[in-house]
Structures are given as C-alpha cells and as structure tokens.
Design a protein around this ligand. Structure first.
Ligand code: GTP
Ligand code: MG
Length: 195
C-alpha cells in the first residue's frame, strides 16, 4: 500500500526491519546510513534507551532514484525487539509495504527468533495483512559468530516458504545492501502490478 503523491510526483514506501532483541536491526540501518550519499538520505532518527536498545523505533528515509518520473523514497524503520514493546511494534507495522525479518544466527537465540517471527505474523494479521502476501525477505545475521547455527537449520526453521534470504554480518555490512535491495525490488514489483 505504497503512498503515491501525484502532485509532488513521489512514491513513498515503508520497509520494516523486524526481529528479536539484539539481532542487529538498528545496526543494519546504521550501516545503510553510513554508506549512503548525503543527498540520498534524510536524518536518521533513533529513539533508544541509554544502553542503545531501541525504545520506539529507528527511522531512515532514503531516496532511491526515479521510476517513470516519480521519485521513489523508502522509509526504513526498525521495531524494538524486546518482548515487552509489543504495542510499539504494532504501531510501526501500520502502513507497511515490505518486511525484513532479521534473525540472530546464534544457537541460544533460536527460540527468540521463532517467537519474534510468530509475533510478526500475528501482529500483521491483526491489522489485516498476510505475511505470505507481503514483500518479505529473511536475513540471517551474525554469521561471523562461532556459535552460529548452520544455515540449513535456520532455513528450515525460519524460512519454510523460501522467500529471498541472505546471510549477513551487519557490523561489517556484509549482506546488508543485498537484503535491502531484495525487499525494495519486491515492493516495486507489487507497485507495478498495482497492489
Ligand atoms: N558479531 C556481530 N555482532 C552484531 C552483528 N550485528 C549486530 N551486532 C551487535 O549486536 C548488538 C545489538 O545490535 P542492535 O542493532 O542494537 O540490535 P537490535 O536488533 O536493534 O536490538 P533492539 O533494538 O533491542 O531490538 C550490538 O552490539 C551490535 O554491534 C553481527 O552481524 N555480528
Ligand atoms: Mg534496535
């Protein structure tokens, strides 16, 4: 449900990064921000606790070129992953056009990944969205850590429907733009089909 403004010839799309606490959602946005040219980005806004946990959301507006004379802007949001911020997560999902699920590859975070994925599906459903019909990609983050679960296991548990998936290390930026480009592409395909 991208917002098309005919007067200013702009298309605005909202991408939400979802996932359990500390999986690396904010780090994804920080990397994108660092690597994007000044004229293509707005201010990154982060509402965080003193210990850098996302309190409400991070927000990063990006201008990614033109489509048939319309400027396309992608608004990247992260949700707070901590379980008790569910009301904020619901609010941030409103008007979403595409979702990135960021999984934490560490063995001890498997339950948290599964819980967060279920929470995503439920919160979307509550607002009339179906995760299986939305532009959706999965990122397996923290692949650099020694306790990372083998890729096949993550795929089986977290991506049974086989949406586009990417291995990443958000701190070094590996896989970060690949993930973003993939979800942006899916959104643009939907747009073309007039969804
Ligand atoms: N080793 C490693 N550390 C990472 C990676 N990505 C993020 N981190 C670290 O993990 C910690 C949490 O990252 P955040 O980006 O704040 O996590 P978040 O998902 O935004 O967490 P919440 O805001 O609480 O939901 C930070 O110390 C990051 O530096 C990664 O790929 N590898
Ligand atoms: Mg965060």
């Amino acid at each position: 449900m991208s917002f098309i403004n005919y007067a200013s010839r702009e298309i605005n799309c909202k991408i939400v990064y979802y996932g359990p606490g500390l999986c690396g959602k904010t780090t994804n946005l920080q990397y994108v921000y660092q690597k994007t040219a000044p004229d293509a980005k707005g201010k990154m806004i982060s509402l965080a606790t003193e210990t850098e946990r996302t309190l409400f959301f991070d927000f990063l507006p990006l201008a990614l070129g033109e489509i048939r004379g319309f400027k396309t802007r992608f608004h990247l949001y992260t949700v707070p992953g901590q379980v008790f911020y569910d009301a904020s997560r619901k609010l941030i999902l409103k008007g979403v056009d595409g979702v990135v699920f960021v999984a934490d590859s560490q063995e001890e975070r498997m339950d948290a990944n599964l819980e967060s994925l279920e929470n995503l599906r439920f919160n979307l459903q509550e607002q009339g969205y179906d995760l299986d019909k939305l532009p959706f990609v999965v990122q397996y983050n923290k692949r650099d850590l020694p306790n990372a679960v083998p890729l096949e296991e993550l795929q089986k548990e977290l991506n049974p429907t086989k949406v586009p998936e990417f291995e990443a290390c958000a701190t070094t930026g590996e896989g970060v733009f690949e993930t973003l480009k993939a979800v942006a592409k899916l959104i643009l395909i939907d747009l073309k089909q007039g969804k």
